[in-house]
Write a protein that binds this ligand. Structure first.
Ligand code: NAD
Length: 233
């Protein structure tokens, strides 16, 4: 059986593809306040604005391409059982070719019913309008976990993290819970890597080997080392 590598990714892995991270945007997200566009209260206040914001992000995500960081994780599957747990709502891991990707915070390419959360629809890069309804007649909303909402995929993510033989964290500030807590579920004695150009603050907390590089450089470096390391195979 191949050793299991669990990879937790955040906005930083998509930065070099041209998608802005959340931390780097100074409290504003594409010129909007987070509470206006990424909370259930924001949606209730102004559905037009929130819908327009996600239409724009959906279009942007479809126009960019996976970078060397996403691509390196695909190569890792040659010798490892790779499970990606991503906080990202773009689909750049899938478009690069990774086969096991769990989205903790939802997906831009999907929308769902506002009366039945199980009614989820794939829309690709299509624009949604206020007035577009699910089969039960309710408004469609982005299939995104907003701040303050439950994270339904966290239980599956926890089970995946517990089984890790190696853990990699890429491009996340580890400030958004419960995602950041996943590291606590990995066994204490397994190798753990953090690839992030601004990694200082969190490294000590989780006892990680820090690679202070952008994902496009740091991920291929760690992947090459793991693929070469006979002790891990
Ligand atoms: P974050 O914005 O809080 O942190 C981004 C991290 O990426 C920082 O630690 C930063 O140092 C690092 N970083 C910046 N450029 C990098 C690069 N080139 N290579 C590697 N690392 C780099 O993001 P987060 O921790 O993912 O949490 C914020 C929330 O925002 C998440 O819930 C996520 O869903 C959402 N978000 C998603 C996307 C996306 O889908 N691409 C984009 C922005 C925000």
């Amino acid at each position: 059986m191949k050793p299991r590598i669990v990879v937790l990714t955040g906005a930083g892995i998509s930065a070099e593809s041209g998608i802005a991270t959340f931390r780097d945007s100074g409290g504003l997200w594409e010129q909007h306040r987070i509470e206006d566009v990424a909370t259930p209260e924001g949606w209730l206040r102004d559905k037009e604005l929130v819908n327009r914001f996600y239409n724009m992000r959906r279009k942007q995500a479809a126009e960019v391409a996976p970078n060397e960081g996403h691509k390196a994780l695909v190569r890792l599957e040659e010798k490892f059982d790779v499970h990606i747990i991503t906080q990202n709502v773009d689909n750049l891991h899938e478009r690069a070719g990774s086969t096991k990707v769990l989205h903790l915070h939802g997906e831009l390419s999907k929308v769902r019913s506002t009366v039945d959360p199980n009614l989820v629809y794939e829309v690709g890069d299509r624009q949604i309008a206020i007035g577009d309804k699910c089969e039960k007649g309710s408004q469609l909303r982005p299939h995104i976990v907003w701040f303050g909402e439950a994270v339904p995929a966290i239980e599956e993510a926890t089970r995946i993290a517990e089984m890790a033989d190696i853990f990699m964290v890429i491009g996340t500030s580890l400030q958004v819970y419960p995602a950041a807590g996943l590291l606590h579920f990995a066994a204490a004695d397994i190798p753990k890597y953090l690839i992030d150009p601004n990694a200082d603050e969190v490294a000590g907390v989780f006892n990680l080997t820090v690679v202070k590089e952008k994902a496009g450089i740091g991920v291929p470096q760690v992947v090459d080392a793991l693929l070469k390391s006979p002790s891990l195979l």
